[in-house]
Ligand binder design. Structure first.
Ligand code: GLU
Length: 495
């Protein structure tokens, strides 16, 4: 394969959409796999809708995901002169013509065609104007657009899509489309091709929603005498009702930033997005960067639409459960030192960080993360469900309080008694804690689970968690004793 050069050309009119991010990721993977170049080009030609805020959001989102580019960001507006020049070249070479039809003319024609159930589309009124007629209209100051002259009315445009196979479209189905507006500004269809030619793009990997553009753009390549790139069209991402996912109907969950703000690891989101529209051919689900670059291929991009499985309502499933599940798998398996970096940021943001976690308490900190990460789904869980590990200022989970503490009134005395037993130990190790707790339970004639589950509630604030005997050691004698001694307050709060 000659040099692979791919691009991601977002229009900066909003946040970085997860669908856009997926397009970027596929292009990036393809470039990395073939030792090619990944080019970032901002299509900011629509001045009314493009914003600096959106440009920053796109760049930040890509950086956060770890999708690095080799060239750019280029800005389309910087090449406005070249776009106009190419439009003039197309006019001069007879591949385009000036069209003086007014909006009213076109509307009337469309209505007439609809009434007669004829094919819609431009009827070619100005296609064959003589040069005198054109000069005359121009001299009269009649505004015009430039239309591309679709060739040979009985031929077909065809290309071999890397995902969908051979695609054909009859010329007769393609109207003479506008490439320059009446204000002199070239349109997307042309600018995008001119930029792709200049950037020597070899493969265009983009959504199936661009397929009608592709056939028209191939005609522009041909007219400009340029090599046509390879096309690969990716499936759209739909919701459970088969509607396109959008901010309007789905809210923030379609923005990459949402995942950043909700405790996702960037690579977990990349991994999820890659599987949304591509499959490795086996049932693997978790891929390191290297594995993904190695395994990725255009041929294994799915043809059918991808379904973003999201139901509003359940806070645990605030987005597609598969995304959450993949994130949880990463939380459990990445090196704990790496996890520590993410948790640090989260603790800092919540005023729970202690510098000793990188000093004297480092071993404790890493061990704690190792133990609690098993049940967590996002980085946010470390300061929510995991709060009691990092501060005395935490709330007990209501269910844990009712079920494991208040249900047994005897615990009001038992928990401080257990605290006293622990306090007498020279050291509160896992083994000693277990021995003492079991003896104590026997003495008060209850199952050991009763004081243990209650201790879990008042020490960790949670209903469930890692082995409580190990947690006694992890929390340490001082915190264990003080939280157990404080337990009667929960009974008093109720009365
Ligand atoms: N700016 C276009 C978009 O965001 C680019 C499409 C393309 O050619 O890849 O949809």
């Amino acid at each position: 394969m000659s040099e692979v050069r791919v691009r991601f050309p977002p229009s900066p009119t909003g946040y970085l959409h997860i669908g856009g991010a997926r397009t970027a990721i596929y292009n990036w993977l393809f470039a990395r796999k073939h030792g090619g170049k990944f080019i970032l080009r901002i299509e900011d030609t629509d001045a009314d809708r493009s914003t600096q805020e959106s440009i920053d959001g796109i760049l930040d989102g890509m950086k956060w995901l770890g999708i690095d580019w080799d060239e750019g960001p280029y800005f389309q507006t910087e090449f406005a002169g070249e776009h106009v020049e190419k439009a003039q070249q197309l006019l001069a070479d007879g591949h385009a013509y000036k069209c003086f039809c007014t909006k009213e003319d076109l509307d009337a024609k469309r209505e007439a065609a609809m009434a007669a159930k004829k094919q819609l589309g431009y009827d070619g009124t100005c296609r064959n104007l003589t040069s005198d007629e054109v000069a005359h209209k121009e001299a009269a100051g009649i505004p015009y657009v430039v239309r591309f002259k679709v060739p040979h009315k009985d031929g077909v445009v065809s290309y071999d899509d890397k995902v969908l196979g051979l695609i054909k479209r009859k010329y007769s189905e393609i109207e003479d489309f506008v490439i320059v507006r009446s204000n002199g500004k070239p349109l997307y269809l042309l600018c995008n091709v001119v930029d792709d030619i200049r950037d020597r793009i070899s493969h265009i990997i983009r959504g199936q929603d661009h397929m009608t553009n592709t056939t028209r753009q191939i005609l522009i390549y041909e007219a400009l005498g340029a090599k046509i790139p390879v096309f690969a069209h990716m499936p759209l991402t739909l919701d459970l009702k088969k509607a396109k996912i959008s901010k309007r109907s789905h809210g923030e969950i379609v923005a990459v930033q949402f995942y950043q703000q909700h405790g996702f690891l960037p690579w977990a989101l990349v991994n999820f997005l890659v599987l949304l529209g591509w499959n490795p051919g086996d049932d693997r689900e978790i891929f390191s960067k290297e594995e993904l670059i190695e395994t990725f291929s255009l041929e294994r991009i799915n043809k059918a639409a991808s379904i973003f499985n999201y139901r509003k309502g359940d806070p645990k499933f605030f987005t597609d459960p598969k995304a959450i599940n993949i994130n949880a798998q990463y939380l459990r398996t990445i090196p704990v030192e790496e996890l520590a970096g993410y948790v640090k940021e989260e603790l800092q943001a919540n005023d729970l960080w202690d510098d000793a976690y990188e000093g004297d308490k480092k071993e404790w900190f890493l061990k704690t993360l190792e133990m609690i990460r098993e049940r967590f789904h996002t980085i946010k869980d470390f300061v929510a469900d995991g709060r009691a590990y990092f501060t005395d200022d935490f709330q007990i989970n209501e269910k844990a309080l009712k079920k494991n503490v208040l249900k047994h009134p005897g615990l009001k005395e038992w928990l401080p008694m257990l605290a006293d037993r622990f306090d007498q130990l020279p050291e509160l190790t896992t083994e000693e804690a277990e021995r003492v707790a079991r003896e104590f339970a026997e003495e008060i004639e209850v199952k050991v689970g009763i004081p243990i589950n209650a201790a879990r509630a008042v020490i960790t604030g949670q209903l469930k968690g890692p082995s409580m005997f190990e947690l006694f050691e992890l929390f340490g004698k001082e915190r264990v004793v003080s939280r157990l001694r404080n337990a009667p307050k929960y009974f008093e709060d109720q009365s």
